[in-house]
Design a protein around this ligand. Structure first.
Ligand SMILES: Nc1ncnc2c1ncn2[C@@H]1O[C@H](COP(=O)(O)OP(=O)(O)OC[C@H]2O[C@@H]([n+]3cccc(C(=O)O)c3)[C@H](O)[C@@H]2O)[C@@H](O)[C@H]1O
Ligand SMILES: Nc1ncnc2c1ncn2[C@@H]1O[C@H](COP(=O)(O)OP(=O)(O)OP(=O)(O)O)[C@@H](O)[C@H]1O
Ligand SMILES: NC(=O)CC[C@H](N)C(=O)O
Length: 554
């Protein structure tokens, strides 16, 4: 009887749709596991296709290529350790989210997912059939049960596996980041370990995919819930875990115990990885953004410098007659501190030309928001011209507070391919800027030190679209706005509940109105990194034409 079982865990970053590339990665990791003397090499949920595939997985040609790839992989990895890999499976004409166990040239087990996540950003019931729960499979005489991700968030699948003889639980995941997610997963997995009395391996992928960032944080728990291995959050990593058979069952040796970063740092890292992977996976090497001397564009510049290197980030100051001297100085100081190129493109010329073109139609009409927004749109036009000419993707900079209430110009500053701060509230932007100035980590490609000049953080935010404008002319103070948004968006509170918390009825109703009104802007907005469980895109899907307003407080 085997008394030792060695499992090679692969916390890697697949590229969605790159079936050949993901198979090549799988082969390389399998060879590493073989060289390390593993009995089994484990990869994550849907590794062969990347995750989440959304409706791409419904395309028969895509399914066929992925399944054929797994069959070929089985043969290439016949001579050595077993290989566990996620991919689609077609059984009885139905499509399943599956995890294949490849041994001796074929799939000796095809585990099919039972619990299909269908809330927040998941729509798996739309894509896959739900399978009945099956028992464990055997590798080198050890019976292993593999609940697939959501399957381990409920007690029934692991209970069945334990009752049908599983000795070790190995859970492949595609679990995306949100604030505090590692702790949530740990609590759930400890529950499974305590219920079953079995050791549990939680294996998650890493990397950015559109709005989602998968943050690894894979771990191994021994019965009782003791943490034997903690793999890092966000980094690609491998770990050879050795299990020993004891009188009480299998136990994992202690291994790597990576420290997980605090939440603020994890959010920033998610923004950096989300942007870096979006660029890499869509084929961009360089980015461009408007650097105004305000905090939003300064943080986005820092994130971009950290993600793709300051030499690949072009900052552009586009001053108008309303741009203050301190904005010019602050933009220049920020670009210098980050080591990014700064171009200056005054907008007075194009603004005069557009104003003249519109003059015959606008004659006798008062100037107002139209003219203010023209400046933003001219900036957007010039920035997109640079993007076209130099192949630099335009970054847009609207934080979550602005995106919530529509404090941004459609086809103006909303222009851009990706928004790394789309899910970060303005009050967090200030904290993030301070934190980045005080902290440098090896994964940051930008420099250490005060990369966001102190005045950018301390001065009152202004769009500078008219003389002496500040954000607080149009919006409640950000502390109040964010607290109300936290209630309306993150917690789905009613207007009455917010009023009971002490907020003025008129302010809450105005914020609620702006929130609903701005749906059309968000629908046309760039994707951005998801940090919360109510990100504007998949977590919170609202109608655009919507006459409902909450009358709970009158
Ligand atoms: N339901 C709907 N479906 C589709 N389209 C709809 C629509 N409602 C309005 N629209 C369209 O949207 C237009 C109004 O939206 P928009 O043109 O954005 O203009 P609007 O939202 O009125 O103004 C932009 C606001 O953003 C502020 N801001 C803050 C920070 C930075 C910047 C900046 O630009 O740098 C701007 C600026 O001060 C101003 O308060 C309408 O004229 C109409 O064309
Ligand atoms: N003078 C400018 N030069 C270059 N880009 C600008 C200029 N003014 C605005 N922009 C672009 O439009 C975006 C929206 O402006 P907004 O005022 O909301 O942000 P900010 O200036 O970065 O920060 P804050 O809101 O704190 O002032 C900016 O982040 C920037 O990308
Ligand atoms: N891929 C999955 O099944 C993930 C679902 C799970 N609720 C998570 O977010 O981790």
């Amino acid at each position: 009887m085997t008394d030792r079982f060695r499992l090679f865990l692969v916390q890697a970053n697949p590229a969605l749709g790159d079936i050949a590339g993901n198979l090549a990665k799988a082969r390389d990791y399998w060879a590493k596991g073989k060289a390390a003397g593993a009995d089994m090499v484990a990869l994550t949920e849907m590794f062969v296709t990347g995750y989440q595939t959304q409706d791409l997985i419904l395309k028969p040609a895509f399914q066929r290529e992925a399944i054929a790839g797994i069959e070929a992989l089985a043969q290439e990895c016949a001579d050595g350790p077993a290989l566990g890999i996620g991919g689609p499976a077609l059984v009885g004409g139905k499509l399943f989210n599956a995890w294949y166990v490849l041994q001796a040239g074929r799939a000796t087990a095809t585990v099919l997912k039972h619990h299909l996540p269908n809330d927040s950003l998941f729509d798996e019931k739309r894509l896959f059939a739900s399978a009945d729960v099956a028992g464990p499979y055997v590798v080198n005489g050890v019976r292993i049960g593999s609940p697939i991700c959501e399957d381990a968030w409920h007690p029934d699948v692991t209970e069945t596996l334990e009752e049908t003889g599983a000795e070790i639980l190995l859970v492949p995941n595609g679990s995306p980041y949100h604030r505090g997610k590692p702790n949530l997963r740990l609590n759930l997995m400890v529950e499974r370990v305590v219920e079953t009395g079995l050791p549990l391996v939680y294996l998650n992928m890493v990397g950015g995919q559109d709005d989602q960032v998968f943050d690894g944080s894979s771990m191994v728990l021994n019965p009782g819930g003791q943490l034997a291995v903690q793999m890092p959050q966000f980094d690609e990593a491998v770990e050879l875990v050795t299990f020993h058979r004891t009188a009480e069952g299998w136990r994992a040796d202690h291994g790597t115990k990576a420290a997980l970063p605090p939440i603020g740092e994890a959010d920033y890292r998610a923004c950096v990885i989300g942007l870096a992977d979006y660029m890499r996976k869509t084929g961009f090497k360089k980015a461009v953004l408007g650097l105004s001397g305000g905090i939003d564009s300064a943080i986005v510049a820092a994130i971009a410098a950290d993600a793709i290197g300051p030499e690949n980030v072009r900052c552009v100051m586009l001053p108008s007659e309303f741009t203050s001297a301190h904005s010019l100085e602050d933009a220049s100081a920020a670009a210098r501190a980050l080591g990014c190129k700064l171009d200056t493109l005054p907008i007075a010329g194009p603004q005069a030309a557009v104003t003249a073109a519109l003059a015959p139609l606008f004659e006798g009409l008062e100037e107002g928001v139209t003219e203010e927004n023209l400046q933003s749109r001219i900036r957007g036009l010039l920035l997109m011209a640079l993007s076209n000419k130099f192949g630099e993707m335009l970054l847009t900079t609207g934080n979550k507070s602005e995106m919530a209430v529509g404090y941004c110009t459609i086809y103006g500053d909303m222009n851009g391919g990706y928004n790394p701060v789309k899910d970060m509230y303005k009050t967090r932007m200030f904290l993030t800027a301070k934190w980045r100035n005080e902290t440098h980590r090896p994964w940051m490609l930008g420099p250490a030190g005060e990369v966001i000049p102190a005045r950018i953080i301390s001065k009152p935010p202004s769009a500078e679209l008219r003389a002496n404008q500040t954000d607080q002319d149009s919006l409640p103070p950000y502390e109040e706005l964010d607290a109300i948004l936290e209630g309306l968006v993150e917690k789905d509170l009613s207007v009455a509940e917010l009023v009971a918390q002490g907020f003025a009825l008129a302010t809450v109703k105005r914020v609620e109105h702006l929130l609903y009104l701005a749906e059309y802007k968000r629908f046309q907005s760039a994707p951005g990194v998801r940090l919360t469980q109510k990100a504007f895109w998949l977590d919170r899907r609202y109608p655009i034409a919507n006459r409902w307003r909450d009358r709970s407080a009158g």
